[in-house]
Design a protein. Structure first.
Length: 332
């Protein structure tokens, strides 16, 4: 199935962007941002329809979005779509997400999270017309590494599970294709995404929904457990930079808030937006959960001057507005 909305851009130099998993959480925000910049985006995704924040954008200079309902592992169809739409940039946002799904389906995780990356790089090598492949990876590649001061892109991958291992295998393929086969491929390792349109249930999202619905929320002994929470629009901003910079110095870039916050601090941010929210966080950490090193974004800062724009209070505030009123908030 193929459906198109909007008008293609007048400037062919902008180049059509194909996004696998473009109906998903992170991918859909990138689709929206690219449309608002006048780009034609091809969403290659199994979803029946695109999220409303992709479709409901301003008219005028808005670029077209074409939805191709197809499986990312169908590389023959993918190659046909790339040729038909004269695709110049490919963003791989498709993934078999997290644990325990990856552990239950390890070969599926390897096929979607790793083999697809290798095949996209090979498609770019053979086509000769794709200017860049940008693939979205995960902090899970590193594992917790609690004794490390911080995690840089040069830190040794030590995945704690099948999901992280499958993402690491995809990253390795990207690095090999860039170094040895001349494919312009960039890897963005993201962590802790949250924001409007998120469906994957996390402590932060469950807490925010309870607060918006006026329900008490008791998350148990997790209040002091620090984690990175990265607002999806900051991730999108970084992806835009990594997609359109003519030549990046490196293959791999960490993308995160650059700091860790506790769920007690998340509850505080929610109370800034909703002072009467009944959010109970028991001090301490759950059994078996411990410290993990912060993902450094120094490379992103030094090369591109990139800094996150949304604080935890700002990001949580926009999430509250989205849940309550459907208000997308500030553009990327």
């Amino acid at each position: 199935m193929i459906a198109t909305a909007g008008q293609p851009p007048n400037d062919p130099d902008l180049g059509t962007v194909l996004i696998t998993g473009g109906a998903g959480f992170v991918g859909s925000h990138l689709v929206r941002a690219l449309r608002l910049r006048g780009r034609h985006v091809v969403v290659y995704d199994l979803a029946d329809e695109l999220p409303r924040h992709v479709l409901e954008v301003a008219t005028g200079t808005t670029g077209a979005v074409t939805h191709v309902r197809a499986d990312v592992t169908d590389t023959e169809r993918l190659a046909e779509v790339v040729a038909r739409h004269d695709v110049r940039y490919v963003v791989n946002a498709a993934a078999l997400l997290g644990e325990p799904a990856a552990t239950r389906r390890p070969l599926d995780a390897l096929r979607v999270n790793a083999e697809v990356v290798w095949r996209l790089c090979e498609l770019a090598r053979r086509a000769g017309t794709i200017r860049r492949v940008l693939t979205i990876s995960s902090r899970s590649v590193y594992g917790d590494q609690p004794h490390a001061e911080s995690l840089t892109e040069d830190s040794r991958p030590r995945p704690d599970g099948v999901y992280g291992g499958s993402k690491a295998a995809g990253d390795l393929g990207a690095e090999l294709y860039r170094e040895h086969l001349g494919v312009d491929v960039v890897v963005a390792r993201i962590t802790g995404p949250y924001g409007p349109g998120q469906r994957h249930q996390t402590d932060l999202l469950r807490m925010a929904r309870a607060a918006c619905e006026g329900r008490p929320y008791d998350g148990g002994p997790r209040g002091d457990l620090p984690r990175e929470y990265t607002y999806v629009k900051d991730i999108t901003g970084a992806l835009l930079v990594l997609l359109d910079t003519p030549r990046t110095r490196h293959c791999v870039y960490n993308v995160s808030a650059g700091v860790q916050s506790t769920l007690t601090e998340v509850a505080g941010a929610l109370r800034t937006a909703l002072p009467d929210a009944d959010l109970r966080r028991t001090p301490g950490s759950p059994s078996g959960a411990g410290r993990r090193a912060t993902q450094s974004i120094q490379r992103l800062r030094e090369e591109f001057g990139f800094c996150p724009r949304w604080s935890l209070v700002d990001g949580v505030g926009e999430l509250v507005d989205w849940i309550r009123h459907g208000d997308y908030g500030l553009p990327v």
